[in-house]
Design a protein around this ligand. Structure first.
Ligand SMILES: O=C(O)Cc1cc(O)ccc1O
Ligand SMILES: [Fe+2]
Length: 451
């Protein structure tokens, strides 16, 4: 492998692999960044000749004609246009990665839960280590999602990937990742998330040990910030806390592999250059990260338990207003103060389906054990669920002083579509076969003599 034309002003070269990357702040801004001075054309997108002999390339995340609020595109000034790095693709092994529609098994309607998938000793890159738990909707019609767990034991080396089927929301649970993207470098650790838009090429490096986490593959509308309504201009996830990388390029003539996920299939081709060769870029279609601990929760200050939509970090809208393709919701540390209230989630059945994971701590609806960090659960469309017997007894009898839920972080991928469990997830050893019966442990308390 040879490294040519390194430049002190190119952040890809600066400070070695462990130096923290630099970012630009904001959500969906018109960002701009150049790793070499003057690489970005001023006042135009496509000059007759670009500075430094670069090629101009537009990457569109929305149709050209999308309304301004949802129009997403970036201009990339790169050493070679993407099409120059385009060999003949051969079908690659998709491993345990599945794409909707995917109906592999029929499962009786019941809540499902899994223990954490152990990180295996075998060599797995982030892409090889993706295990699909559920799929929903139809990737071909750009609607729905898949919920995956990733298990990575090695860095990608001269291997690059992009996903034409959807954008990728990474939710690390163990181990840090460095995502080297066409737009620059993003580091994430547990407690943070990263979003790689559809079509953006990247490579993933482990930052200290094996990594495990959750991945939401969003086939639908790009994740965006939810409306705040009467909450006003502040709280929940604030735009300034979203961080987008600065331009960092690789000028490497190497024998490398580019894998593309397209139409539910993994395709691979040999390329002779790093595709992360973008020297400058501008636009509003770019990867970003967010620290979930910066989420400012808003909730009931006097009584009752509000709908979990108050904890929406990001939403992927569908064509139907208020009916999300996906809501990414978190259950962070927060004060519980409601008086005369059963404070954990209520018992419910929901038209939206709910995939949940736990990054750390205990989730207040499941205090009886069994939902542990790294584990996950599925409460599908119109399936009944709620607190386990332990959580019910505890919360029904607790002295309702202000109480802080500490050291906890759970999340939910909630979608309008029913989620189909893969054959892998249905059969894996970690599926909790008795979970569907947890409700049977809720005792009868009814006494007509005692109002
Ligand atoms: O089922 C769950 O645990 C998620 C959830 C939490 C909540 O506070 C209200 C509704 C809901 O679905
Ligand atoms: Fe729920």
């Amino acid at each position: 492998m040879t490294m040519t034309e390194t430049s002190a002003s190119n952040p890809a070269d600066a400070g070695g692999p462990e130096a923290a990357p630099a970012y630009q702040s904001g959500f969906g801004n018109g960002f701009e960044s150049e790793a070499l001075p003057g690489a970005l054309p001023i006042g135009r997108n496509s000059p007759q000749k670009c500075a430094y002999g670069l090629y101009a390339e537009q990457l569109s995340g929305s149709p050209f004609t999308a309304p301004r609020a949802t129009n997403e595109r970036s201009w990339l000034y790169r050493i070679r246009p993407t099409v120059a790095n385009w060999g003949r693709f051969a079908r690659a092994d998709a491993g345990l990665w599945r794409t909707a529609p995917c109906i592999e098994v029929e499962i009786p309607p019941a809540p499902m839960r899994w223990d954490p998938l152990p990180i295996p000793s075998e060599s797995l890159s982030l892409i090889e280590g993706i295990r699909t738990v559920t799929t929903a909707g139809d990737a071909g019609t750009q609607s729905g999602m898949a919920a995956h767990v990733y298990l990575a034991t090695r860095s990608m080396e001269d291997e690059y990937f992009y996903n034409a089927d959807g954008e990728m929301l990474f939710v690390p649970q163990q181990g840090g990742l460095r995502l080297r993207t066409e737009f620059g470098v993003i580091d994430i650790d547990p407690g943070e998330i990263a979003v790689i838009p559809r079509g953006v090429k990247f490579s993933a490096v482990l930052r200290g040990g094996p990594a495990r986490g959750y991945l939401c593959e969003n086939y639908g509308g790009a994740l965006t910030l939810p409306e705040r309504g009467p909450i006003g201009a502040n709280c929940l996830a604030n735009p300034r806390d979203f961080l987008t990388p600065i331009a960092a390029y690789e000028d490497r003539d190497i024998a490398a592999k580019l894998t593309a996920k397209w139409g539910g299939v993994l395709w691979v081709t040999e390329i002779e250059h790093s595709p992360l060769d973008v020297v400058a870029w501008h636009g509003n279609y770019a990867p970003y990260k967010y620290d979930l601990r910066r989420f400012s929760p808003v909730g009931p200050l006097l009584f009752d338990h509000a709908d979990p939509s108050i904890f929406t970090v990001l939403t992927s809208p569908s064509e139907t207003p208020g009916t999300a393709n996906i809501d990414f919701v978190i259950f962070p540390e927060r004060w519980m103060v409601a008086e005369n209230t059963f404070r954990p989630p209520w018992y419910h059945m929901n038209v939206m389906s709910e995939f949940m994971g736990l990054i750390q701590g205990v989730y207040d609806a499941k205090t009886g054990g069994g939902f542990v960090p790294g584990g996950f659960s599925l409460h599908n469309t119109m399936l009944p669920h709620g607190p386990d017997a332990d959580a019910f007894e505890g919360a029904s009898n607790a002295v309702l002083k202000p109480h802080k839920l500490e050291g906890t972080l759970a999340f939910m991928f909630e979608t309008r579509f029913a989620q189909r469990v893969t054959a892998y997830a249905a059969g894996v050893e970690q599926v909790q076969r008795d979970y569907g019966a947890y409700g049977a442990r809720l005792r009868k308390h009814f006494d007509p003599e005692r109002p």
